[in-house]
Write a protein that binds this ligand. Structure first.
Ligand code: ATP
Ligand code: MG
Length: 204
């Protein structure tokens, strides 16, 4: 080792030691433990995917988890099959009737959303469940299929150790306000625009 590279190594060590002290102090200052209200919104791909990632992480911790799908119908998806492998540790509730432009029946869509919300309320009241994904709840709220104030009040009043993940574009400001963590997926590029159809294992 030259004298110069030895100096460089010592400088680096010194800099990293200082950085570690700052980092450790910052971590030590964060002491709150709580169930989070998490929102994944925005126009880009990844809202549901990221929610499923959290579900997987929670499953790995041995927690019981649940997912309620508000808009989508009972499609055969990879995530549904994967979750079945976990048996009673995970429950999956597909209560949507499909996209609004497919059902073309507003009254039925509203009834399906209310039914899904009732199920979500029941799951949130189950003390054994640690994480719940409410997939596309934002869409139900956007179309005013559910009462925004009532939904936000219930989410705010969740058990202190329950994590809830809400997905869907156009999250309402009242929900964003109530949330602890909000991530907006931005679309930089999407293969649909180039004529590539929904890919097995990637979209479903
Ligand atoms: P995913 O379930 O793949 O994580 P998402 O939850 O972010 O997607 P949704 O609004 O639920 O997005 O849309 C579902 C479908 O629309 C997915 O098949 C996804 O690939 C597709 N999609 C998402 N973003 C875009 C986009 N910017 N342009 C075109 N299609 C998109
Ligand atoms: Mg989605």
């Amino acid at each position: 080792m030259t004298e110069e590279s030895g100096d460089e190594a010592a400088r680096h060590r010194d800099k990293m030691a200082k950085r570690k002290a700052v980092q450790d102090a910052e971590v030590a200052a964060k002491t709150i433990e709580k169930g989070l209200l998490i929102v994944h919104t925005g126009p880009g791909k990844g809202k549901t995917t990221a929610a499923l990632g959290l579900m997987l992480r929670a499953l790995g911790r041995g927690w019981r988890v649940a997912c309620v799908q508000f808009i989508k119908g009972g499609w055969d998806t990879g995530e549904r099959r994967a979750v079945e492998v976990f048996g009673p540790q995970a429950s999956w509730h597909t209560l949507g009737e499909g996209f609004t432009w497919e059902t073309q029946d507003k009254a039925r869509d509203i009834a399906a959303c209310r039914h899904a919300w009732k199920r979500a309320e029941a799951l949130m009241a189950d003390p054994g469940i640690r994480l719940i994904v409410l997939d596309e709840l934002n869409i139900a709220l956007r179309y005013d299929y559910l009462d925004l104030e009532a939904v936000v009040a219930t989410l705010r009043a969740r058990r202190p150790d329950l994590h809830v993940v809400v997905t869907g574009r156009n999250a309402k400001p009242a929900l964003i306000e109530a949330a602890d963590l909000v991530t907006e997926m931005g679309s930089v590029k999407h293969h649909f625009a180039a004529g590539v159809k929904a890919q097995e294992g990637i979209e479903f």
